[in-house]
Structures are given as structure tokens and as C-alpha cells.
Write a protein that binds this ligand. Structure first.
Ligand code: ATP
Ligand code: MG
Length: 261
């Protein structure tokens, strides 16, 4: 479904912040990208969504989605793809939600813009999506401002919006990092349910090796813009090939002789 070959990205200068990144993803797979701050994880995700900042440029390699090079996508194709086939959720849904507008108004507007639905249908659909994310009392959430919701609820709203059109690929950049451990676990479980219900493939970027190990079929470890380890969850966790992966693993607490990842 998604293939990334030898991707190289730079911002402004020629200095590569992502170098020879590669990935091959099947439908319904969950792949987790882990790595230290500044290693290029967000840059990879943004490149896939065709949403690098203006100074960001792809200097080498390519990204194909169902065999089509996404660099050949024009504005119209992106309008069909973004949100519909590839959707994104952010760390705190800050990238999705406008803080000064009520959830219902922005969610329905999002649906109306991306589909043939009128306002009334869009409202119903939005409220239904909130319900599906098991948010209590969707109608009252629709009438709330983002700041009136807890972080976990806001994040569920963000995921509900991203899932509206049942995308094949969900890109999640640190979706649980701003949440407490319990809420984090709920969101992680809900994302996995999305995969079982809709067959959504997910790329999740996380600092948390525990989250990565729990969710992912495959792990990619990045350091300084490069892939240093990649493979199935079992391969990477049991036989980490790079010292940095071993370092990450050793930072995960051990209880009763078992590492809790
Ligand atoms: N808009 C930008 N302009 C210039 N440089 C940038 C920009 N965004 C990121 N960078 C640089 O690119 C490198 C990779 O950044 P990126 O945000 O992809 O890392 P990351 O792995 O997502 O880090 P974090 O875990 O902190 O989110 C960093 O060195 C960063 O300083
Ligand atoms: Mg990042």
C-alpha cells in the first residue's frame, strides 16, 4: 500500500534531516517509528502527507501510495487523498481543532468540505463518529469548545475526525504523549480497535517504546535521520541490532525479571 524508498529530506540548507529512510507497508499493518527528539520522525510523517513546511524539500528517493508516486499528486488529487485515504492525528489535536470554535461547527464544516453531505447530515455523521469513539453525550460535546474537554476527550475527537472517511492509512504523530498513562492506554486500545473494525493501516510515531511494542506489528528505530533498526516487533525487541535500540530497551523498566514492553 505504502512504500518509501531511500527518502532524503532537508529544510532550507542541503543538510539532510532524513537520510535513506525506507519502509514498505501492507494494508491494515501497524508500524511504529521510535527515536529520539529531532531524529526526523515527524518529517517522515509530513512527507507522506505531502505536508512538509515550505522550506522542507524532498531531495532524494520516493514515496508511493498504491504504486503511484505522491510527488506527482496535484492539488486536486491531494484533496481526494488527504482526509479521505490518508488522515493524520497530532499530539494534542492542536493541528486539527481550532480552539475558539465549537467542536460541532468545525467537525460538520470538515465533513461538508470533504463530501456531498449537507449541514444536517454532516452533524449527524459527526455526532455518530463521536459516539463510535465512545465519547459520552456526543451532542453536548458537539456544543462544547475544545478547552471545555479533557485532553483525552479532545484526542478522541481528533481521532473521530480523522476516521470520518475511513482512511486506509492513519498517520499518528505522538498521539498519546500529552496524556496520562490510563488515558494513553485507552486511546491505544481504541486505535487498535479501529484497525480491527476498518482495516486501517496505522503509522504511529512515539517516544514510548512500551506503546510501540504493544501496538505495532513492525518497529522502525530512527537516530539522527537514519533508520538504525527495523523489523517485526519480535525481531527488534528480542534481537536489537543497533546499540541505540538496546539503549532504548534498557530504559524500559523490568519487573519480576520481565521487561514490560
Ligand atoms: N520547519 C523546520 N525548519 C527547519 N528545520 C526543521 C523544521 N522542522 C524540523 N526541523 C529539523 O529537522 C530535524 C528533524 O525534526 P523532526 O521534527 O522530524 O524530529 P522528530 O523526530 O519528530 O522530533 P520530536 O521527537 O522532537 O518530535 C530536527 O533537527 C529539526 O531541528
Ligand atoms: Mg516530532
Amino acid at each position: 500500500m505504502l512504500k518509501i524508498n531511500d527518502l532524503q529530506v532537508a529544510y532550507g540548507s542541503e543538510h539532510l534531516v532524513v537520510d535513506r529512510f525506507h519502509l514498505s507497508m501492507e494494508p491494515s499493518e501497524i508500524i511504529s517509528i521510535v527515536g529520539e527528539s529531532g531524529s526526523g520522525k515527524t518529517t517522515v510523517i509530513r512527507a507522506v502527507l505531502g505536508a512538509l513546511p515550505a522550506c522542507g524539500r524532498i531531495l532524494g528517493g520516493n514515496i508511493t501510495f498504491h504504486g503511484e508516486d505522491i510527488s506527482t499528486y496535484g492539488k486536486d488529487t491531494w484533496r481526494e487523498v488527504r482526509g479521505k485515504k490518508i488522515a493524520m492525528i497530532f499530539q494534542d489535536s492542536g493541528g486539527t481543532l481550532n480552539p475558539i470554535r465549537k467542536i460541532g461547527s468545525q467537525f460538520t464544516e470538515y465533513i461538508v468540505e470533504h463530501s456531498e453531505a449537507d449541514h444536517k447530515e454532516a452533524w449527524k455523521q459527526a455526532s455518530g463518529m463521536l459516539e463510535r469513539m465512545r465519547l459520552p453525550d456526543p451532542e453536548s460535546i458537539m456544543k462544547s469548545y475544545p478547552f471545555q474537554l479533557s485532553g483525552g476527550m479532545r484526542q478522541r475527537v481528533g481521532i473521530a475526525m480523522a476516521m470520518t472517511f475511513q482512511p486506509e492509512l492513519l498517520l499518528a504523530d505522538e498521539p498519546t504523549s500529552a496524556l496520562d498513562v490510563t488515558t494513553q492506554a485507552q486511546i491505544v486500545r481504541q486505535m487498535m480497535e479501529l484497525r480491527s473494525h476498518y482495516g486501517t493501516g496505522i503509522i504511529i510515531v512515539t517516544h514510548n517504546l512500551g506503546v510501540a511494542a504493544y501496538m505495532a506489528d513492525r518497529l522502525i528505530v530512527m537516530k539522527a535521520g537514519e533508520v538504525v533498526d527495523a523489523g517485526s516487533r519480535e525481531e527488534v525487541l528480542s534481537h536489537p541490532s543497533h546499540p541505540y535500540t538496546r539503549e532504548l530497551l534498557s530504559a524500559v523498566p523490568v519487573m519480576g525479571g520481565k521487561r514490560i514492553v
